[in-house]
Design a binder for this molecule. Structure first.
Ligand SMILES: Cc1cc2nc3c(=O)[nH]c(=O)nc-3n(C[C@H](O)[C@H](O)[C@H](O)COP(=O)(O)O)c2cc1C
Length: 190
């Protein structure tokens, strides 16, 4: 009598396991994740959007951390402020203190940053020059007071001639899951 119950239960469990596995295929939930959301954020706006993007894309999240943290004084707009000096020098490459593990596992790199003086922070240049982007899909997003993403995207594209760029976007600081999902669909990532 017992076997009569156990066999259908086992069969149902096996079918459920197959269905669950199939529903996750291609979503990055099984095995290694293939999308990395790498971001730099000084005051938290980009961090919030990056976290939403990582959730929407089932991606790993990597916070680009400066060897020398940016203080409030560094972020000032005076001519002597650190950020003003770095952004005035396209060759500036502020050091990064952490590294992405298992870079090879990612086929898509989403890069998020604030706009500083109309461009991406120079630490993003340091980041993109620290890895091999050959054959990787790259999609950038920024947060900003009002500036668009276009200029920074073009400058990063010039640093990454071997990457396949997808359309970037500027997000408001309160970007929603729906906003990020719409961009990902348009950019063909995920
Ligand atoms: C030094 C500095 C320069 C900035 N330059 C610009 C700019 O050129 N255009 C703009 O729209 N916003 C500019 N902003 C605003 C930031 O891009 C915006 O607040 C961004 O969301 C900050 O992101 P975070 O909180 O991740 O650091 C600047 C902010 C700082 C601190």
């Amino acid at each position: 009598m017992k076997r009569k119950i156990i066999i259908p239960v086992l069969a149902a469990a096996a079918i459920l396991a197959v269905v669950l596995a199939a529903s996750n295929i291609g979503r990055g939930d099984v095995g290694e994740r293939h999308i990395l959301v790498a971001y730099f954020s000084a005051t938290g706006n980009t961090k919030a959007v990056a976290e939403t993007a990582a959730t929407v894309l089932h991606a790993d999240l990597f916070r680009i951390t400066a060897e020398e943290p940016y203080t409030d004084a560094d972020l000032g707009h005076g001519a002597d402020a650190r950020v003003t000096r770095e952004q005035a020098d396209p060759a500036s490459r502020p050091a990064i203190k952490n590294r992405v593990d298992n870079w090879e596992q990612y086929d898509t790199i989403v890069i998020g940053y604030p706009i500083w003086g109309g461009d991406a922070p120079r630490i993003i240049s340091t980041f993109v020059e620290s890895y091999d982007f050959t054959g990787k899909k790259v999609a950038v997003f920024c947060t900003s007071g009002s500036s668009g993403v276009e200029d920074s995207q073009e400058n990063l594209r010039a640093l990454l001639p071997d990457a396949e760029f997808r359309p970037g976007i500027r997000f408001d600081t309160n970007a929603t899951v729906a906003d990020v999902r719409a961009w990902a669909a348009e950019a063909g990532i995920g």
